[in-house]
Design a protein around this ligand. Structure first.
Ligand code: ATP
Ligand code: MG
Length: 263
């Protein structure tokens, strides 16, 4: 644990010092201890393509991915970099196997991670096309997803988990999220699959909730789609209970899946 937090601090400072400039290979070489070679190469490719101008600080170090702030073409972007080395790809495999869009991938670890990254890109795209507030995906390459940065200046918006809301605001936000789940289900034909107060960012001034972290989202054909949706609803209901919102989970499930059933 001690060592891990030290590593994380080192990663933060290393990345802070690091500026990827196009064709500036010396700088990147120094960082080989932070990013494995394949990830460095992928970062280069995106820099050469003009997607990344420079790399900023670390936003988050998750179980499977790190998120970094970066400068894109004249604006901040977020880079989600799935870890090739320590990814818990076995759980990814389970999500991808039942998804017809990924039936022909070779089940090699790297391929699964790359497919997973692409899957998050496509899921975000589908969600946005249906009018859901989510980061606009910009590009995907190997294990890197470049997307719109959801925040103010260099600061990401807070997680829903981190904000204290009035009962009235909570009611509004809850309503919006349920509406998004309905759109996600009936229009995008997706179930988020990991929805909770940890995967929703909130714009504090407009109270717009942004759904993030859609790598594990599945299409409705997925054998566990219904169970994932029930779990998403349960997580939301649990979070909003403290604001006096006590939804009937069965009723929510009915509302979210209604339009799709009518078709
Ligand atoms: N587009 C974005 N704009 C701003 N901040 C973001 C964006 N995407 C992610 N973040 C920040 O990074 C954090 C982690 O992102 P995300 O939830 O997608 O990955 P994760 O939970 O680490 O994934 P996993 O643990 O499953 O690998 C978020 O909680 C959020 O604070
Ligand atoms: Mg997350």
């Amino acid at each position: 644990m001690e060592k891990e937090s030290k590593d994380i601090r080192k990663l933060d400072t290393d990345v802070d010092k690091m500026r990827i400039r196009r064709k500036d290979s010396e700088h990147l070489k120094v960082k080989e201890n932070v990013f494995d070679e394949a990830t460095l190469k992928a970062l280069y490719d995106l820099a050469r393509k003009g997607v990344i101008e420079s790399l900023g600080g670390s936003i988050s170090t998750g179980k499977e991915a790190n998120v970094f702030l970066a400068e894109g073409k004249d604006k901040n972007i977020a880079l989600k970099i799935y870890r090739i080395s320590s990814s818990t790809f076995n759980s990814m495999d389970e999500y991808i196997r039942g998804d017809p869009r990924f039936s022909n991938i070779r089940h090699k670890k790297k391929d699964i991670i790359f497919a997973w990254t692409k899957k998050e890109y496509r899921n975000l795209m589908r969600a946005r096309e249906c009018g859901i507030a989510a980061p606009r995906p910009i590009d995907t390459h190997k294990n890197i997803l470049a997307m719109e940065f959801i925040g103010e200046g260099d600061k990401p918006y807070p997680l829903l988990k981190e904000v204290k809301l009035s009962e009235q605001s909570a009611q509004t936000i809850f309503g919006t999220i349920i509406h998004y789940l309905e759109l996600l289900y009936s229009e995008a034909k997706l179930v988020h699959g990991d929805l909770s107060e940890y995967n929703i960012l909130l714009d504090p001034s407009t109270l717009e909730p942004y759904l993030i972290d859609m790598g594990q989202s599945v299409t409705l054909e997925h054998p566990s789609a219904n169970d994932f949706l029930k779990r998403d609803i349960r997580n939301l209901a649990r979070h909003f209970k403290k604001y006096g919102i006590q939804p009937d989970e069965e009723e929510l499930l009915r509302i979210i899946t209604e339009k799709q059933r009518d078709k």
